[in-house]
Design a protein around this ligand. Structure first.
Ligand code: FES
Ligand SMILES: [Fe+2]
Length: 389
């Protein structure tokens, strides 16, 4: 008989304090049923990060993505307002636009229904003989979109709290990075054969620095040197601070840009790395900020988007394209290091024979992420925690 994978007893040991807890069962990373529960109770409810506003700076600019099975188009309308829609024609459902670019309007490739940038249906050929057909009743389905510091977030839940309150004191904690005046100069997309949680967990533990990144990050910001201490925060995020020499976005010996002028205090001495639940990682170091954006597609398929952002004054320097090369090289190398290990972990977890592990003290945020997920996917009666971090 198949076990009830949402029976809280399976998770009792993951609910313990992190030093006593066991890891999640392997099925949390492989089961279609567990994934579907996450979609329903997490991704359909929360604020999901989907990129930067400066990706589409001009009226008519748009990009598309798929997020938990929902095709989405994000567009800047004629008035400069950012909007998101379900990218599916209101006639018979076809995808209306693919990739990214600039359009005056969107014309469905199937029968040429035409939609304005604000989603309104402008025209539908030969529909005059269709009884009571009214274009006004068939706009593209809008998706709620809000921005914070140039970061775009969507929610599929009309009742979700405002983005600012979801993010709590993140604005104050990253104020020095003047995030809204950053421009994303590098955006790279990776298709991963792993569960979204594996990549998220990996991004938030320093245990693997000495192994997976032994020739890269570990050379200047090892867990022992940089500590990766917890910062107390309020909001749907968790944050660490790592103190280390130089920029976290460079490899040892590289020369980079000066420290961001607006930074003060500890932000000038290392890296703040907020993890916005459920799946957004930001690293704000002394001279740049980068993000990791995840689009879950199934229990073992995830799109990763990496974005590298610099202050506008830096990005407009005449020598920017030359000076930025070591940053791009560092990201190219370390992201591949992480991608490879996450896919190996997925393959191992997919074994028919497997068990539960334990957490190292450098994996407190992994434990925190796992319990944040359990708080939402388990039936209320099965949720009590006996400890936590
Ligand atoms: S499906 Fe789009 S116009 Fe027919
Ligand atoms: Fe890593």
């Amino acid at each position: 008989m198949t076990p009830d994978i949402f029976d809280g007893r399976h998770y009792a040991t993951t609910r313990l304090a992190d030093s006593e807890a066991e890891t999640l069962p392997a099925w949390a990373y492989t089961s279609p049923e567990f994934y579907e529960r996450e979609v329903e109770h997490i991704f359909m409810k929360v604020w999901n990060f989907i990129g930067r506003a400066d990706h589409i700076p001009n009226p008519g600019d748009y990009f598309t993505l798929e997020f938990v099975g929902i095709p989405i188009v994000v567009v800047r309308d004629d008035a400069g307002r950012l909007r998101a829609f379900v990218n599916s024609c209101r006639h018979r459902g076809t995808i209306i636009v693919e990739g990214e670019g600039n359009n005056r309007a969107f014309k469905c490739p199937y029968h040429s229904w035409v939609y304005a940038l604000d989603g309104e249906l402008l025209g539908a050929p030969e529909m005059q003989k269709t009884s009571n057909f009214d274009c006004q009743q068939y706009p593209l389905f809008p998706i709620r979109l809000e921005t914070w510091a140039g970061f775009l977030f969507i929610t599929f839940d009309d009742k979700a709290e405002p983005l600012r309150s979801y993010l709590g004191d993140l604005t104050e904690n990253l104020a020095g990075h003047a995030a809204s005046d950053l421009v994303c100069t590098r955006r790279k997309v990776y298709e991963l054969n792993c569960n979204w949680k594996l990549f998220a967990e990996n991004a938030k533990e320093s245990y693997h620095l000495a192994t997976v990144h032994r020739k890269t990050i570990n050379q200047y910001a090892s867990a022992e040197v940089a500590k990766y201490d917890f910062v107390e925060v309020h909001g749907q995020y968790s944050m660490n601070f790592a103190e280390h020499p130089g920029s976290m976005a460079l490899l040892k010996g590289d020369v980079g840009f000066p420290i961001i002028e607006t930074l003060t205090g500890r932000a000038r001495r290392g890296t703040l790395s907020p993890f916005i639940f459920p799946a957004t990682y930001i690293a704000a170091t002394i001279d740049t900020l980068w993000y990791l954006e995840l689009h879950p597609h199934g229990p073992d398929r995830t799109t990763l988007v990496h974005g590298g952002c610099f202050p506008r004054v830096v990005a407009e320097r005449p020598d920017f394209h030359e000076m930025v090369k070591p940053y791009y090289r560092r990201w190219d190398i370390t992201i591949e290091e992480d991608n490879a290990i996450c896919e190996m972990q997925q393959r191992g977890l997919s074994s028919r024979i497997n068990g539960r592990g334990r957490f190292c003290h450098r994996e407190r945020v992994v434990h925190q992420i796992d319990n944040w997920v359990l708080d939402r996917v388990l039936p209320p009666a099965s949720r009590p925690r006996q400890g936590g971090s």
